[in-house]
Design a protein around this ligand. Sequence first.
Ligand code: PLP
Length: 394
Amino acid sequence: MKQYNFDEVIDRTNTSAYKLVLMEKYFGSNDAIPLWVADMDFRTPDFILDAIKNRCDSGVLGYTLPSADYTTSIAKWLKYKHDWEVSDKFIAFAPGVVTGLALAIRAFTNPHDKILVQTPVYPPFLSLPNEHNRELVINPLQFHSNTFEIDFFDFEKKLASGVRMFILCHPHNPGGRVWNADELMRMAKLCIQYNVLMVSDEIHADLMLWGKQHIPLAKLSPEIAQHTITFMAPSKTFNIPGLASAFFVAENPQLFAKMQQETANFHLNMGNVFGCMATEVAYNEGKEWLNQAIHYIEQNILFVRNYIEQHIPIIQVVVPDASFLVWLDCRKMGLTSKELKEFMVHKAKVIMNDGATFGQGGEGFQRLNVACPRSVLQQALQQIETAINEMFTK
Ligand SMILES: Cc1ncc(COP(=O)(O)O)c(C=O)c1O
């Protein structure tokens, strides 16, 4: 069996990598280890790169539609990975998950409608409602015993205040919390009771750790499926986010048709020549690569947890159930959010996502991307350790 090399350090300078180009703008530094944006520093799998090269060899990159097998390959993957049986007629292309969320907001809500999200959360969840002239409503998650819990009392109160749409992050980003069947069922029942459309962002679902199983929200019951639109993508899973390729699943024909219409209204339904093809290849050929990638990520998370426990005990590691983003509780350092960010960027010279950008409950935390070679992680942790030691011996 082929062994993939996740230890390889690949220089991404001069590739216009988002995380490098925007370091100066967002963090005021070009001189730090960038472990923020949620893509992988691992080589994109060879079978995807080969397929792209082969497509280039055809010589013409004209307007291209998703192939007839595009949705079939997705349906097969959903069955294999999540034991979720979905007819491929309820699956369609979206240019990205965030674009899909924006389209769903436009398709299913009106200006000034209320949209509910759970904080702290992936920042576009916070900005999208306002960007589309809707009202953001938050159900703050409770952070107890180093994990997130849902405040159902507040959740229901917010739904009852006239919310039209609930955007779920499942698994949750940040924190990597995988919502269990009971939690999902409770949220879904309440949404149905208050006639709130559920939009479930499940982009991290393929990256389950420690043998855990993801339960797609819409898989819970046919009734829930009728009230849910799910967004997924191969982008996080196989490190192809630069190809802008995602998809949605909506088993309610009316929701499906409306979502497709909204996508078509903006002429975003065609996809791009490499994205749809890469999706197919990833889902048809990616099982072994993904198993190995997940194993490497798990080892990286344990490495981070052990290193921090032993050498930087002032920081507490939230071990995720899924994906490659580790939420670090730095509150004991006693710094404001601004001071913490400045400290990590300019003293430790490690760039992580500033917890405050994830909204209420994110202050005092940093989000570390561990989808990188272990040697890079080790260097970053050593720099944080040294900077903290210096701070406390002054
Ligand atoms: C929860 C979540 N949704 C969506 C995205 C981005 O998806 P896309 O690049 O397909 O818009 C991310 C990326 O970090 C994410 O964490």
